[in-house]
Design a protein around this ligand. Structure first.
Ligand SMILES: *[C@@H]1O[C@H](CO)[C@@H](O)[C@H](O)[C@H]1NC(C)=O
Ligand SMILES: *[C@@H]1O[C@H](CO)[C@@H](O)[C@H](O)[C@H]1NC(C)=O
Length: 492
């Protein structure tokens, strides 16, 4: 049985995981309670989060690290601005982050946290393949500047979570990583932001957004909801200024998105279909209803026996036929070649295993050799039934609080495709549903990347011809969409 891992994401149906502040004007010097042995590495604590601490190391053209023999980060990653790398520490657990200030106006541009999915996939994929300052070259030996990086318009963090992912690590062998699933991780994300604002109080004036893709459709609504709920009970000057969330090709509801595993390969809704023969498609059509019914049983009675049977059936009937076609799970227009179906993923792994790269990026020596996605973490998420969490009510709660939500979806993705996303948002229960549904049915607008529509705080954008990793396939359009969203402008 295929138990594939996907990168930024996850098979909805089964367990397949799938997949400075310095350059111009520093916002402010960080204020620290304590210093580690290395004077360039500083550790900060927070009275409200006694179990957590933040370790920060400056990097960048104007802030070379103390070890002058080591190549600077911007030499390893051309196009990088000043910023910080470091770890959020929680007992034996250490979460890695890399932060880059905006290429434009670092003291005014929004602050954005980027998270890849999986569960168990590293946000370094986002950094080095999609929207970071540099892109790894095919040979895996070096990287080139990414002119369409989202740091063109925002100050951006890339965070590796949960523990066991990317450069995050633990120092207690009784951990596998990912224990407790998405809800457990939301505490750490919240602590991270609180510590960040203590270190850099001026950044509190910048609008804050969380962005990500794929299993980010689970992470982001739950993390953002936790921040929003905490904001209601802390004092004004302790609030996290959460303004919006952005979710690309997300998985929100396995039951609602399951039927789309028929539409993508068996119809021409993508403009390049159908991809499978009519005999295979007839069988799939017959399996959709039963798969949904079994999933509902798993939701009602989330026992491993019931959920295991439902995921097995749905995978066998709706996923395997597509896997067998040899196409890329994230992009129906390409063959599946290389780790996670992309040769560039192999290049990224090779690059991030180099000592000089790890050193420039402030990676702790105890962090394991880089892997794009961790299977162990996926299994921990399965233990707590994280995959079947329905995150739609969390999205609705954000919308009702006035937090803006951008859903953008590359139309060539299979795993978390646009048909499934449009079923989710065309029926999402919130006060704006009637108008949003009207816009979706009758009032789609055209932009350079495809079609889009919105109602109140909820915007939906299709990105034609992009796969799962939208900024990789359509870098210019993705940046234009990102900028328009942050500027609260229409897509054009
Ligand atoms: C490792 O973690 C387990 C579970 O949290 C704990 O009981 C144990 O004491 C820890 N071991 C060490 C060496 O800290
Ligand atoms: C699928 O749609 C595209 C774009 O509308 C069209 O050019 C193509 O002929 C269609 N293919 C089939 C098999 O109908």
């Amino acid at each position: 049985m295929i138990k594939t891992i996907l990168p930024a994401l996850v098979g909805t149906l089964a367990i397949h995981l799938t997949p400075s502040f310095a350059a111009q004007t520093p916002l402010t010097e960080p204020t620290f309670d304590g210093f580690g042995g290395n004077p360039s590495i500083r550790t900060l604590t927070h009275e409200s989060h006694p179990d957590h601490s933040l370790t920060i190391q400056a990097h960048g053209p104007k802030n070379p690290t103390i070890n002058s023999d080591a190549p600077s980060l911007s030499y390893i990653c051309p196009g990088a601005t000043s910023g910080y790398t470091g770890y959020l520490n929680h007992g034996d657990k250490h979460f890695y982050f890399a932060y880059f200030e905006s290429r434009s106006k670092p003291t005014e541009d929004p602050l954005v946290l980027w998270l890849n999915g999986g569960p168990g996939c590293s946000s370094m994929t986002g950094l080095f393949m999609e929207l970071g300052p540099c892109t790894v070259n095919e040979d895996g030996e070096s990287a080139r500047e990414n002119p369409n990086s989202w740091i063109s318009a925002a100050n951006v963090f890339f965070l590796d979570q949960p523990i066991g992912v990317g450069f995050s690590y633990h120092t207690n062998d009784s951990f596998h990583g990912g224990e407790g699933g998405t809800f457990a991780a939301s505490e750490d994300i919240y602590a991270f932001m609180r510590l960040w604002y203590k270190a850099f109080p001026d950044s509190r004036s910048l609008p804050f957004s969380i962005a990500g893709e794929s299993y980010g459709g689970h992470y982001i609504p739950i993390f953002a909801d936790h921040i929003n709920e905490m904001n209601k009970i802390v004092t004004l000057d302790e609030q996290v200024p959460l303004e919006s969330v952005l979710i690309g090709n997300g998985i929100f509801s396995d039951t609602k998105q399951a039927s789309s595993y028929y539409d993508i390969p068996c119809t021409n809704v993508t403009g390049i279909g159908p991809l499978l023969d009519s005999k295979a498609c007839e069988r799939m059509a017959g399996a959709v209803g039963r798969c949904e019914y079994l999933m509902e049983a798993c939701h009602a009675y989330p026992d491993p026996l019931i959920c295991g049977a439902s995921s097995q059936y749905c995978s066998d009937e709706l996923e395997i036929p597509y896997f067998k076609s040899g196409r890329n799970y994230y992009d129906i227009s390409r063959p599946c070649e290389g780790y996670l179906c992309y040769p560039i993923m192999n290049s990224i792994t090779k690059f991030l295993r180099k000592d000089k790269v790890r050193e420039a990026f402030g990676v702790n020596k105890r962090a394991p050799d880089f892997v794009g996605c961790s299977n162990k973490v996926g299994r921990e998420f399965q233990k707590v039934n994280d995959y079947i969490i329905d995150t739609r009510p969390f999205v609705a709660a954000l919308l009702h609080s006035g937090i803006r939500v951008l859903i953008y979806v590359g139309t060539y993705d299979w795993i978390c495709n646009f048909v499934g996303n449009e079923r989710v948002f065309g029926s999402l229960e919130w006060k704006g549903l009637p108008d949003f549904r009207y816009q979706q049915e009758n009032n789609k607008q055209v932009w350079s990347g495809g079609l889009w529509w919105e109602s109140g705080p909820l915007r939906y954008a299709r990105v034609n011809g992009a796969g799962h990793m939208v900024p990789w396939d359509k870098p210019v359009e993705a940046l234009a969409m990102f900028k328009a969203w942050l500027d609260k402008k229409e897509l054009s």
